[in-house]
Design a protein around this ligand. Structure first.
Ligand code: DHB
Ligand code: FE
Length: 256
């Protein structure tokens, strides 16, 4: 038993009880909700549900006063240990990978702008049809997942394709709940990154493509204006995105 658990669980249950009373929830609705909880578990959708409807508030609140670049939600589709890429730092993809070929580059610095050499960028994204490798039919395992390191000046670059927007699965319980509420199930097109360096807080973030639909209506509420990028012509028929990341110092561990 901990005071923290008692406080938090009591508070959450009290708010559920209040919502029931304020909305005159019927026994039938309670039974429907209970079956829905069961369905979410059986479909393995609790990670999806949590990351779509809850994670953004945890992220915003936990990092409200953090120095450096904005982060956003991790989401359910990160896979650890993606391959570390060598020049020309092209994310693994199929020979006929759809989507506009794009060079992404920039710098990783500390919060004061000092370049960080050998910082790690762990990158993952959906393909042009909005499908994540390892979780959805279509892309082979490891597709559009890789890691790159910054050079001595803190510079990084990688080559990828512009992802497509993504919809949460429509036929599962999370999608059905979303439809029942009349909400859009879409996320705007985005590239996920975790940017890390020794002595700094890992930055979990996403870059949102400015031309994507759903930027102002993300089902996961994870878009921040600072994270919208503007792919432009690179001159050689590809696109270019530039983005700089600033990392906050690692939090001093609390004294026990
Ligand atoms: C979900 C999907 C994402 O691509 C993402 O970034 C966050 C959440 C989801 O389906 O839960
Ligand atoms: Fe995503």
């Amino acid at each position: 038993m901990s005071d923290r658990a008692n406080q938090l669980i009591s508070d959450i249950l009290r708010r559920i009880h209040e919502a029931i009373v304020e909305n005159d929830v019927t026994y039938e609705e309670y039974q429907t909700a209970k079956q829905w909880f069961i369905d979410v578990g059986e479909a393995g959708e609790w990670p999806l549900f949590g990351d779509v409807y809850i994670e953004h508030v945890v992220e915003e609140h936990a990092f409200a006063n953090r120095a450096g670049s904005q982060g956003t939600i991790l989401g359910p589709f990160h896979v650890p240990d993606a391959p570390l890429l060598d020049a020309p730092f092209e994310l693994p993809h199929r020979p006929d990978e759809a989507g506009d070929r794009t060079h992404v580059s920039g710098r990783v610095t500390d919060a004061d702008g000092k370049p960080l050499a050998n910082a790690n960028l762990d990158i993952w994204q959906a393909d042009a049809e909005g499908r994540y490798s390892g979780f959805m039919p279509g892309p082979p395992e490891g597709n559009l997942r890789g890691q790159v390191r910054t050079d001595a000046d803190g510079r990084y670059e990688f080559i990828t394709v512009i992802p497509g927007p993504y919809t949460i699965p429509l036929d599962g319980p999370t999608g059905k709940m979303t439809a029942a509420a009349g909400w859009s199930p879409w996320r705007p097109a985005h590239i996920h990154l975790i940017v890390g360096a020794e002595g700094y807080e890992p930055l979990v973030t996403q870059l949102f493509i400015d031309t994507s639909d759903y930027l102002d209506n993300d089902v996961a509420s994870a878009v921040k204006p600072e994270l919208i990028v503007h792919p432009g012509p690179a001159g050689d028929g590809t696109l270019a995105i530039t983005y700089d990341f600033a990392l906050a110092p690692v939090r001093t561990p609390a004294l026990a």
